[in-house]
Write a protein that binds this ligand. Structure first.
Ligand SMILES: NC(=O)c1ccc[n+]([C@@H]2O[C@H](COP(=O)([O-])OP(=O)(O)OC[C@H]3O[C@@H](n4cnc5c(N)ncnc54)[C@H](O)[C@@H]3O)[C@@H](O)[C@H]2O)c1
Length: 323
């Protein structure tokens, strides 16, 4: 069976649903620190608990004969990590180290880890490939960078093999899972809150970047495609694949203004917006090279179209705000 940490959250929950659809048996461990029990996918076995609870993790591994772990559980807010680095290094780094060690001690040797494009920091070139220098510029990115390195050390010293997946901007909804972060800081759900009557306007942070329309460009990858990549990474490790660090993005970028335009088309409404100054630490362009994911995992992207991505999110949020 497969252990999914953080499986009540957005990406972990979607991946757990996807795995179950593929016939996998899934055990979820989530403390519900940033999610709710109602968000745990049905047909998964659920444990409410912390990834650093060594006794609980040991019992789960033994009882369910856990063969692999997909480790999503983490805190994810960049700005909060700058204000409160301890919270991020404790939860994302220290607790992940304890989890990885417990898994290893109990014979779980395959780990798929949720890493992030934030490990690269300010891009030196774009699209960013996996050979790009790693220079995280905030504690969130640093907390993940440490775990990538810790996993490499376990790879060198034991039979633990891992795939660290560096997601770019996760978005969209699938199978009843969508973004429900509290507070929400991600662009597409924030924009969609405006036509759905939950927010007065969307702020555009800076229109003087070195991009065609002056706003920042990002690579938006649908959560379904992330879920599929996790399944491929699991199969890759089962087939004896060596440890790898792999980007997950579409390889295409959209500016903030372009994303707002697509949201307006999907919602069939003009969206109230206000331009303000740049936010500290926002690179102008972040686009992934996804060549390695395609070559090593055989990954193909289903959601290539921003309209379809936004539409899936809009349907999800319309339903949430109705209920
Ligand atoms: N959302 C993105 O755009 C994005 C981009 C890059 C990387 N990631 C990474 O993907 C992973 C999932 O992100 P998400 O957007 O689904 O976040 P999320 O907040 O929706 O889900 C995280 C889940 O982990 C749980 N959790 C946190 N700490 C825990 C702990 N110590 N023990 C047990 N459970 C714990 C939370 O309760 C929550 O259910 C994270 O590791 C994040 O860093 C996300």
């Amino acid at each position: 069976m497969v252990l999914v940490t953080g499986g009540a959250g957005y990406i972990g929950g979607t991946t757990a649903r996807y795995l179950i659809e593929q016939g996998e048996q899934v055990v979820i461990l989530d403390s519900l620190v940033s999610s709710k029990e109602e968000d745990v996918p049905k047909n998964a076995i659920f444990y409410k608990g912390d990834i650093a609870d060594t006794e609980l993790v040991t019992n789960i591994v033994k009882k369910h004969n856990i063969e692999a772990c997909l480790h999503f559980a983490a805190f994810i807010e960049v700005a909060e990590s700058v204000e409160n680095p301890y919270k991020y290094f404790e939860n994302n780094t220290s607790k992940s180290l304890i989890l990885i060690n417990t898994l290893k001690n109990n014979g779980v040797s395959k780990i798929v880890f949720s890493s992030t494009a934030a490990v690269y920091g300010e891009p030196k070139y774009t699209p960013i490939d996996e050979n790009h220098p790693l220079n995280p510029v905030n504690p969130y990115g640093m907390s993940k960078f440490f775990i990538e390195n810790i996993l490499s050390s376990y790879d060198a010293s034991s039979n633990v093999r891992f795939v660290a997946l560096r997601y770019f901007n996760a978005c969209g909804a699938w199978g009843g899972s969508g973004e429900k972060h509290n507070p929400e800081t991600h662009l597409i759900p924030l924009i969609l809150q405006v036509p759905l009557g939950k927010r007065e306007k969307i702020y555009i942070n800076g229109t003087d970047y070195n991009t065609p329309d002056g706003t920042c460009i990002r690579d938006y990858i649908h959560v379904y495609d992330l879920a599929n990549a996790h399944y491929l990474a699991l199969k890759y490790l089962r087939a004896g694949g060596k440890s790898e660090k792999i980007n997950l993005g579409t390889g295409k970028g959209f500016s903030i203004k372009e994303v707002i335009e697509v949201c307006e088309k999907v919602a069939e409404k003009e969206i109230n917006k206000e331009i303000r100054g740049r936010r500290a630490g926002d690179p102008a362009v972040l686009i992934a090279s996804n060549k390695k994911a395609k070559e090593i995992l055989g990954w193909n992207i289903t959601y290539n179209n921003l309209y379809d991505i936004v539409q899936s999110a809009y349907l999800f949020h319309s339903n949430i705000f109705k209920s």
